[in-house]
Design a protein around this ligand. Structure first.
Ligand code: GLC
Length: 551
């Protein structure tokens, strides 16, 4: 396939890497990661093959939800640096060909945001209607609570305001009223501001909640929330033609599809949606050593509109949610990958990272990342995954997977020279601590996980068919093996064995065609009867390019 096609729709073959500036690299020894520290690490990310960085919130914040509670949408948290540092970092990233997107968290603000402070002070405040108020909590206030360990309702009474306000998340995060045109204008202004500074788009936080207008007295002003999302996308595209919206939409496939928008076959809302369903079915498949649940998800997964794409991931910054599995399926995954109560969260997810979930088995860990980079969709890696960092269960809730980046086998893992008590989170000790798991050792070791991930990223970039092709799940006669092929001009086939035993999957292909192994130096010719048997070791994987014999 012609590579020039991949430049316009860059997101389809992007290598996305998510990080929190606060936990990545501290340049001034105050215990907090910062933009200067991150800028110094750009070449590491470039060598890894990253083409797009997703920055978690870096805006001023009281930090009661790790920065997802914002008090100023136009600034940089002083602990992380200045706006000047941000621009210098961005320029350095772009120089290496790395685009940067950032979290856009506009479903809510912090309750300390000046808008909310003004809104609650009087019914006459110009900001009163920027939030959603009611005299009595509407029915169903105890439904749909995102953080059930901390909240009992999505409506909380504010003494000063004399009314209840809506908050989908924590009570210190009042929801903005997007039905109010002034709020919509402000959200566009925020996006415009960061685009002007050079961002290539946004990861949009909690999209279904953002669009929700229930409980808002202005709801009738917003005829269809999806029109609003389409307006935002149009605004984004006018300001910056190749910018993207990558949305957090954790809903069943048919509902998620609506968020791509579909004006005459072309997506006009979110550019990408995370594939939460596929991720959960992958863990179920891995727990059962049976490719079935994942194969079914891939077969079921709708095709996004023309320019849209799925975003794939195996771990993100939140709990590893299993909310789309049935009760008994979720129990299977809990039993396999996080049986102890302290490993679980909100009754629906896990607060562990990949290596510990797989008991440190390098074969299984490598298999998971081979799936990530070969399954159709844009792979999104969460910082530290590439070296096999683990969680630290001493940290509270979701923070267990957000510990500082482990650069070297030295104090604080080389993240910071500060006193360990000043760091944003604990540094894991023992088997997964920086002495055993760190960048500097793995960079020099061709057999390290880091080297494996780099190799996968290289191959993934060499095989745009994986992203652009029409994919088909193949029948191999072996239940533990997932095989899929991607076709567009060329063909790439990937096979993954989810079981701890040898497998010999069979594929039906054109006689005489040649399979070139992209991870090992091997060729196989399809015999005359058109059935080729391939070997996979326990938890083995293979990526194969199919070509016709020369002549
Ligand atoms: C999203 C984020 C999560 C955050 C929440 C509230 O779900 O992924 O980390 O706590 O929104 O902003």
């Amino acid at each position: 396939m012609e590579l020039t096609r991949t430049a316009d729709l860059w997101w389809k073959t992007a290598v996305v890497y998510c990080l929190d500036v606060e936990t990545f690299s501290d340049s001034n020894g105050d215990g907090h990661g910062d933009f200067r520290g991150l800028a110094q690490r750009i070449d590491y990310l470039d060598r890894l093959g990253v083409t797009c960085l997703w920055l978690m919130p870096f805006y001023p914040s009281p930090d009661r939800d790790d920065g997802y509670d914002i008090t100023d949408f136009y600034g940089v948290d002083p602990r992380l640096g200045t706006l000047g540092d941000f621009v210098e970092f961005l320029r350095t990233a772009r120089d290496r060909g790395i685009r940067v997107i950032a979290d856009l968290v506009v479903n809510h603000t912090s309750d300390r945001h000046p808008w909310f402070q003004s809104a609650r002070s009087s019914r006459e405040s110009p900001y009163r209607d920027w939030y959603v108020w009611q005299d009595e909590p509407p029915p169903g206030a105890d439904k749909g609570i995102v953080f059930p360990d901390k909240e009992k309702s999505i409506w909380t009474y504010d003494e000063r305001a004399g009314q209840y306000y809506l908050h989908r998340f924590y009570k210190h995060q009042p929801d903005l009223n997007v039905a109010n045109p002034a709020v919509r204008d402000e959200i566009a202004r925020v996006m415009g501001f960061w685009l002007e500074l050079g961002l290539s788009g946004f990861r949009v936080d909690g999209v279904p909640f953002l669009l929700e207008t229930q409980g808002s007295p202005d709801a009738e002003l917003l005829p269809d929330p999806h029109d609003y999302l389409a307006d935002l996308r149009a605004f984004l595209s006018r300001r910056c033609g190749d910018a993207v919206l990558l949305g957090e939409v954790n809903l069943p496939y048919p509902d998620t599809m609506r968020f791509f928008g579909n004006a005459e076959g072309v997506g006009d809302e979110l550019t990408m949606c995370f594939d939460f369903v596929g991720m959960q079915r992958m863990y179920l498949a891995l727990a059962r050593s049976d490719a079935g649940p994942l194969a079914a998800a891939l077969r079921e997964r709708p095709q996004p509109p023309r320019d849209g794409h799925w975003g794939t991931f195996v771990r993100n910054h939140d709990e590893l949610t299993l909310d789309k599995l049935t009760e008994s399926e979720r129990k299977e995954v809990f039993d396999a990958f996080g049986p102890a109560p302290e490993m679980q969260l909100y009754g629906r997810g896990l607060r562990r990272r990949v290596p510990t979930m797989f008991g440190g088995d390098p074969r299984r860990i490598r298999l998971v990342y081979s799936l990530l980079y070969s399954l159709p969709g844009t792979p999104v890696l969460f910082y530290g995954e590439e070296i096999g960092m683990a969680e630290d269960l001493r940290a509270e809730g979701r923070l267990a997977v957000r510990t500082p980046m482990q650069w070297a086998p030295i104090r604080n893992g080389g993240f910071s020279t500060a006193d360990p008590r000043q760091l944003p989170g604990p540094i894991p000790n023992g088997h997964y601590g920086p002495k055993q798991v760190n960048v500097s050792a793995q960079e020099r070791d061709p057999d390290s996980l880091l080297s494996w991930i780099r190799r996968l990223i290289e191959r993934y970039r060499e095989c745009p068919e994986l992203a652009w092709g029409r994919y088909t799940v193949l029948d191999t006669g072996v239940p533990s093996v997932l095989a899929h092929r991607c076709d567009i001009d060329g063909t790439v086939i990937a096979l993954h064995n989810l079981a701890d035993s040898d497998a010999e999957p069979r594929l039906s292909l054109d006689p005489g065609s040649v399979l070139t192994d992209l991870l090992h130096d091997e060729h196989t010719t399809v015999p005359d009867n058109g059935t080729v048997s391939l070997r996979l070791g326990p938890y083995g994987c293979r990526w194969l390019r199919l070509s016709q014999p020369a002549g």
